[in-house]
Write a protein that binds this ligand. Structure first.
Ligand code: HEM
Length: 392
């Protein structure tokens, strides 16, 4: 279980002052204030990631841009997500990648699970976004650069040749070149805007983004969808391993779904994902307990008064989601992995609430949240059907 240091809350309260990332900071572990911050994006607060992150992600990244540019990029992201999810291959591509990966384990004595799910999440996102399979040379090249890029994201921001930070900035430039080459190739091969295939086709057909923004868009999707989703799957498998009744219930659910698919001679689709009700409870609980994104970065645009607190203009504000997720006043027996707690909310279309914000919220709610859940559910489907495992 992800541990949040509750002694800080006891000593300082749910909202306290600190100095973090070289800035005076208000840390909020209060669900009401967190909600208020997320809902007032661009009005009272603004997304504000530390400067070195801008250096690595580039100035057109959706994660760092603000104001009108963010709105424009985000609208495109949502439109693209909608178009891609309506393709019939959306689910079958993910399923094929899961099966290929599990097939590759057959002759191995042992695997490092975290690395395998990373491969899975990377293959899915590269397929969804660029239409590439992992066997293609470009994928291997992007993966290699991407690993260097990821290391730099959490390194000391010193641009001296040889440092992790400098290597990450260079790796980003190389990925950018590879993506540009793929775009060029796609255009050269007579891209037809009336015959839209994958995400890249959709992206190329939009006129409201510059080429640089299109490349940034691809990088944002890779970045947003790789480490986070693989962690989610690893967490779900880890927690299930410690909770045999939940694992058993998940298995039964998938055996039933598989039997129905076989009987009808059909392929898996989004309809089956909707039927994976208990699996979705497990995914939600893994997100709550696992806290993949623990907090986000914001700054106050003016002096903001909220209840008895005044947040000074320009101060950094960190809404801490993990503190709320593990707070017993928001979730009974908060330290326990209990997927059944979500059953009461089954059928509610909006599971995200003030006390459950694994994908953030408001104007910056994660555009990839459904893809992440679908990927995790499909992976679990084949994993529990084909493997027995337990926690030692
Ligand atoms: C378990 C998986 C995931 C988790 C926990 C997660 C979490 C989050 C969170 C908390 C934010 C909000 C950041 C903020 O408010 O500053 C966010 C934003 C974002 N995520 Fe995800 N994410 C996941 C999967 C994905 C996937 C699969 C994609 C891409 C396909 C993606 C792409 C993005 C992008 C582009 C943003 C920026 C949105 C904006 O600023 O408007 N994420 N994600």
């Amino acid at each position: 279980m992800n541990v949040f240091d509750f002694s800080l809350l006891i000593r300082y309260g749910k909202v306290f002052k600190s100095h973090l990332f070289f800035s005076p900071t208000i840390v909020s572990c209060d669900l009401e204030l967190n909600h208020f911050i997320l809902q007032n994006e661009e009005k009272l607060f603004q997304c504000c990631y530390p400067k070195p992150i801008h250096g690595i992600l580039g100035k057109s990244s959706m994660i760092v841009v603000v104001g009108e540019t963010h709105r424009r990029l985000r609208n495109q992201a949502l439109a693209l997500a909608n178009i891609t999810r309506s393709r019939t291959s959306y689910v079958t591509d993910i399923e094929r990648i899961a099966l290929q990966l599990m097939d590759s384990w057959k002759h191995k004595e042992r695997i490092v699970f975290c690395e395998e799910v990373r491969k899975f999440a990377f293959s899915v996102i590269v397929k969804q976004v660029l239409g590439l399979s992992m066997q293609e040379a470009e994928s291997a090249k992007i993966l290699e650069d991407f690993l260097t890029f990821m290391k730099g994201l959490i390194s000391f921001p010193l641009y001296i040749p040889g440092t992790s930070y400098a290597r990450a900035v260079q790796a980003r430039a190389r990925i950018s070149l590879t993506v540009q080459a793929i775009i060029k190739e796609r255009r050269k091969n007579g891209f037809d805007s009336n015959k839209i295939g994958d995400f890249l086709d959709v992206l190329l057909s939009t006129n409201s983004l510059s080429d640089e923004e299109k490349v940034s868009f691809v990088l944002d999707s890779l970045l947003g969808g790789y480490e986070t989703t693989s962690l989610l799957i690893a967490m779900a498998v880890y927690f299930l391993g410690q909770c045999p009744p939940a694992l058993n219930q998940v298995k039964l659910e998938h055996q039933y779904i598989r039997a129905n698919l076989q009987e009808a001679g059909q392929d898996m689709s989004l309809e089956e994902f909707k039927k994976m009700e208990f699996t979705q409870c497990v995914i939600h609980e893994a997100l709550r307990c696992g806290n993949i994104v623990k907090f986000v970065h914001r700054k106050a645009l003016s002096n903001v008064r909220f209840k008895e607190y005044v947040i000074p203009s320009g101060w950094q504000v960190l809404p801490i989601f993990s503190a709320v997720h593990l707070d017993p006043s928001s979730h009974a027996d908060a330290q326990m992995f209990n997927p059944w707690r979500w059953e009461v909310r089954k059928g509610q279309t909006q599971i995200i609430s003030k006390s459950f914000t694994p994908f953030g919220g408001g104007a910056r709610l994660c555009p990839g949240f459904e893809l992440a859940k679908v990927e995790a559910a499909i992976f679990l489907h084949h994993f529990v059907l084909n493997y027995r495992y337990f926690y030692i």
